[in-house]
Design a binder for this molecule. Structure first.
Ligand code: ATP
Ligand code: LTN
Length: 336
């Protein structure tokens, strides 16, 4: 009788930039799904420190944020024995494959990227070539591991489409080169908005009062929600177009509770905005408390974190080398 082999798991890849404190947007849009999906895939979760350099970073803060993000990945429930949690700059193949992909990515494609347009406007004094080529490095991250699924927030959809276009383009020139990845974007909470300007996405590199950090103390969370911009009406209704502030609070509340924004609006019908803010902040405080506790414990053992990052980078490096060698060979780079 033939022995049945277990089907190998597909590969899941995602990354977050260590460019500031991880926000509730990063958590609900991305990190939380990493944890939910991790069991079913072979996973890699990266701290995208090379991407973070596309905007000026203070060196000590970048170092601290990278270590903190590693601890937060684990505190949120990712198991570093099962998933590869590692730092992008520790695996040189990311930058090497990015160069190759740059040669297969058109200027026109890169200049259509809304993140490039947004960040250029925000950092008009530093519109560098790295910011422009950012999506090619992101494509390299993903394609290097022959990734099937990439969980991200809605703002990264365009970058994922470009990654797929690059992979498909190169596969038609060099058959069988890359797996063409799919994006996984959550239905609700794919785009959590800023508390101070609910028409813009919550972002960790904006002013502190515009976002909730996953590591904010309970009183800070309550204060930030109390000050969150709403509107001059009084009705609690889910209507992102006309009531972006109120709708954002309803999205956050329902994402935490696993319900829908409409159901939460119904439950709070007739109450004032203060009640919505309180319900949202208490739900967020309760959801973040166990993560914060685990995070504090992990940060008490920095050696544990650095050992994990060291061994995981070696494993990632091994996988990355396999793809890079294949790419060099198929493209005709002379091998000795
Ligand atoms: P920065 O402000 O430095 O550009 P960011 O807060 O936008 O950072 P990223 O590191 O670029 O965060 O994103 C990490 C992940 O979090 C990505 O999958 C991204 O789509 C997701 N994400 C970021 N902001 C939000 C948001 N407001 N709502 C939902 N998901 C988000
Ligand atoms: N560009 C992403 C971060 C990122 C990423 C990736 C996400 C870098 N490399 C690979 C998914 C897969 C962002 O969120 N700004």
């Amino acid at each position: 009788m033939e022995a049945t082999q277990p089907t190998p798991k597909k590969t899941l890849y995602s990354a977050i930039q260590p460019s500031g404190s991880i926000t509730l947007g990063n958590y609900l849009g991305a990190l939380r799904n990493f944890v939910l999906l991790a069991e079913d895939y072979d996973c890699l979760f990266c701290m995208a420190d090379l991407h973070a350099l596309t905007v000026r970073q203070e060196p000590a803060a970048l170092r601290r944020n990278t270590q903190s993000l590693a601890a937060l990945y684990i505190a949120c429930g990712l198991d570093p024995e099962k998933s590869l949690i590692y730092c992008q700059s520790h695996v040189p193949e990311h930058a090497e494959l990015a160069w190759i992909l740059n040669c297969f990515t058109y200027m026109g494609e890169l200049s259509r990227m809304t993140q490039f347009k947004d960040k250029s406007a925000k950092h008009a004094d530093n519109i560098n070539a790295g910011l422009f080529a950012y999506p090619a490095l992101m494509a390299a991250d993903i394609l290097l591991y022959q990734t099937h699924l990439v969980p991200v927030g809605a703002d990264q959809k365009q970058h994922l489409e470009l990654t797929r276009d690059i992979a498909t383009r190169m596969n038609s020139l060099y058959p069988g080169l890359f797996v063409v990845p799919e994006a996984y974007i959550p239905k609700t909470s794919a785009r959590i908005m800023s508390l101070s300007d609910p028409t813009r996405k919550m972002s960790k590199s904006d002013a502190e009062d515009s976002y909730i950090a996953v590591l904010d103390a309970p009183d800070v969370i309550r204060k930030k929600f109390r000050r969150a911009v709403t509107d001059s009406e009084t009705e609690i209704r889910y209507d992102p177009e006309n009531k972006p502030g109120v709708s954002n609070l309803l999205s956050i509340l329902s994402a935490i509770k696993g319900t829908t924004p409409e159901a939460e609006a119904e439950g709070l019908r007739g109450l004032q905005y203060g009640a919505l803010k309180e319900a949202t902040s208490e739900a967020v405080v309760a959801a973040l408390a166990p993560i914060q506790e685990r995070y504090q414990t992990l940060m008490g053992d920095k050696e544990y974190i650095s050992n994990i990052l060291k061994t995981n980078a070696e494993r990632a490096h091994y996988l990355a080398q396999k793809t890079l060698r294949k790419v060099y060979k198929k493209l005709g780079l002379y091998q000795v």
